[in-house]
Design a protein around this ligand. Sequence first.
Ligand SMILES: NC(=O)c1ccc[n+]([C@@H]2O[C@H](COP(=O)([O-])OP(=O)(O)OC[C@H]3O[C@@H](n4cnc5c(N)ncnc54)[C@H](O)[C@@H]3O)[C@@H](O)[C@H]2O)c1
Length: 246
Amino acid sequence: MSLKGKVAVVTGGGSGIGRAISVQLAKDGAAVSVWDLNSVSAEQTVEMIVNSGGRAIACAGDASAKIEIARSAAMTRQSLGAISILVNNAGISSFTPFMDISEEMIDRIMAINIKGPMLCCQEIIPDMLNAGWGRIINISSSSAQTGAPMMCHYSASKGGVIAFTKSLGLELAAKGITVNNIPPGFIDTPMLRQSPVDIEKQIQVSPMKRAGTPEDIASACAFLASEQAGYITGLTLGVNGGRVMP
Ligand SMILES: NC(=O)c1ccc[n+]([C@@H]2O[C@H](COP(=O)([O-])OP(=O)(O)OC[C@H]3O[C@@H](n4cnc5c(N)ncnc54)[C@H](O)[C@@H]3O)[C@@H](O)[C@H]2O)c1
């Protein structure tokens, strides 16, 4: 599927799922702006893309802070052009019993996981409206579909992402802009490796007897970003190896 001529922003593109999405969109022909808090890892993703013949830039910054979002968007427009694809992937997780979750933890997780995607959309949608074409893909989580103990704040923030996707999808449906979300489930990334999840045990109980790969998410994301997915909006496209069948 060709994304030639498109400019994509991937937040959290310096690691795991965001890196695989950045690489896949570039492989399909998009110029990719890799946004990440971690400038070193964002540059590494850019290097991977450029070494394979693609076009990419890195923008270091906090994808939940309005001023930094505006700065990264301006840099992207200047280097690559108007933005046509936005992947809101940056996120943080945390495992804490509900009664021990502090107000600061709630604020931080909500800021990065749900406020950030909303602010990025507000910054970038004007480019899409001008073009009469756009693709927004939000990375939510299967924990919002099933519930997840010790993750009340995280799963609530990701549930917000799913509801936001549907509402924004309806608002933009007549404008040539689609808004969809992918709730990953059990994907082998630094986030999963740093969590208390018993990976081997989860593999044994998973239908496909394996963890997902970041590339599994990237393929679905590239499809939702394509021309061919133009009649799909508001969708929750689970990529979880059959772990969740809503
Ligand atoms: N790995 C899984 O099994 C899984 C499951 C469900 C949902 N997810 C979601 O997928 C997304 C990617 O997760 P991952 O597993 O690749 O995680 P990861 O920790 O490997 O990568 C996340 C990246 O986001 C960046 N980031 C964090 N906060 C940021 C901010 N405020 N601004 C800019 N960049 C920021 C980090 O620096 C990092 O590079 C997240 O939204 C996560 O919640 C992952």
